[in-house]
Design a protein around this ligand. Sequence first.
Ligand SMILES: Cc1cc2nc3c(=O)[nH]c(=O)nc-3n(C[C@H](O)[C@H](O)[C@H](O)COP(=O)(O)O)c2cc1C
Length: 181
Amino acid sequence: MKKIVVVYQSKYGATKKYAEWISGELSCDLFERKNVKVSDLKTYDTIIYGGGLYAVGVSGIDIITKNFPELSNKNLIVFTCGLADPMSKENTDDIKENLSKVFTTQMQNKIKLFHLRGAINYAKMGIIHKAMMSSMYKRINKKDYDSLGNEDKEFLSTYGKAVDFTDKSAILPIVQYVREL
Ligand SMILES: Cc1cc2nc3c(=O)[nH]c(=O)nc-3n(C[C@H](O)[C@H](O)[C@H](O)COP(=O)(O)O)c2cc1C
């Protein structure tokens, strides 16, 4: 049987929830990114990495990108967790476009990507993130509403609120993909 591990980095808890659901469903090990070194991953055949989307990047993804030569013989799965609805192709294309800046072509060919929808609660947000969101709000809000893409419209409609789009059934394609490896 293949040895599987889920590694995640989560600031506000949505990625953590998905990581726990996935490891529970696959009965596999689970580590938080900060508690794991690449040497700890040596014994696994399949590594599932989950990180929240923050502006352009996936948090903590450097554990995969920096150590890719050591990990490239394994099954590598990355799931992102963001506010943008992954049912929209426009949104997933944007995420892929941003990821192409951190993943080389070889990584893009090797890593199986999934996108899950997270949560946000402005009342619990740290001061730096609040400031980032506020400047993004000002920038987007200046534009003509009809010219905005889905992601920007969703950003405006959730700005300042607490919303939670986490959904356990969204992990099923990941679980199925891993079971079929
Ligand atoms: C500063 C900031 C930037 C964000 N940027 C994006 C983004 O570019 N795309 C997106 O879909 N979600 C974005 N989000 C929403 C987070 O990805 C979402 O809250 C997710 O659930 C975070 O994962 P976590 O709860 O595991 O920390 C952003 C949130 C913050 C606070």
